[in-house]
Design a protein around this ligand. Structure first.
Ligand code: GRF
Length: 202
């Protein structure tokens, strides 16, 4: 029986990082400020012990976990990550500077429930050093993309994009900084949108 008094379950978001974690912070802050309503960050998992984002998560009172690859196969490593996410009852997985491709098993376990943010207007410039690729191609506009993760490298369906101008005087650093400002807005907005879609389906 449902009643108005019944507590609505908060959507549980798991975030995977490998590095500095600024997008993770943007998501955590948006959850705290209810710009991503009715959600909580259930866990932040890093595949690197020295990821700077781990401390930023801890400072925000978010549970963290390091799951290193330690020479294991991708499938085995991913199995441990999926088990940790399932153990925390995670509904949506957000990759935020997570520097590894996911195995098919991981993608199947969270089909249509894994998002990634990438610093280019996909399908242009997938993979590493997207901003450098953009500069080398001489594009006049670049930006960032949030997309569903599938088996391809940065190739899953696009959900949202934001553009930024590329100036003639830009360096990789200046273009990356301009894009990052937009990443920090686009990712929370998109997570909020996707969680609303999921809630409407349930
Ligand atoms: C961001 O540029 C993101 O688009 C890409 O990796 C970078 C991660 O930065 N996937 P941060 O760790 O979120 O600061």
């Amino acid at each position: 029986m449902s009643s108005d008094l019944e507590a609505v379950r908060r959507a549980r978001v798991g975030i995977l990082i490998s590095g500095r974690g600024s997008n993770m912070v943007a998501l955590a802050d948006a959850v705290r400020e209810e710009r991503i309503p009715n959600a909580e960050i259930a866990i932040v998992i890093s595949d690197k012990t020295n990821a700077a984002g781990l401390n930023k998560a801890k400072e925000r009172g978010i549970e963290t976990l390091v799951i290193e690859r330690r020479g294991r196969k991708r499938e085995e490593h991913d199995r441990e990550i999926v088990a940790a996410l399932k153990g925390k009852d995670v509904d949506l997985v957000c990759l935020a500077g997570y520097m590894r491709m996911l195995s098919r098993e991981f993608i199947e376990a969270y089909r249509d429930r894994i998002l990634n943010i990438h610093p280019s207007l996909l399908p242009a410039f997938p993979g590493l050093e997207a901003q450098r690729q953009a500069l080398e191609h001489g594009v006049k506009t670049s930006g960032c993309t949030v997309h569903f993760v599938d088996e391809t490298l940065d190739g899953g369906p696009v959900i949202a994009q934001c553009t930024v101008p590329v100036h003639q005087t830009d360096t990789v650093e200046s273009l990356s900084a301009r894009i990052l400002v937009e990443e920090h807005k686009l990712y929370p907005e998109t997570v909020s949108f996707v969680l609303r879609q999921i809630a409407n389906k349930e």
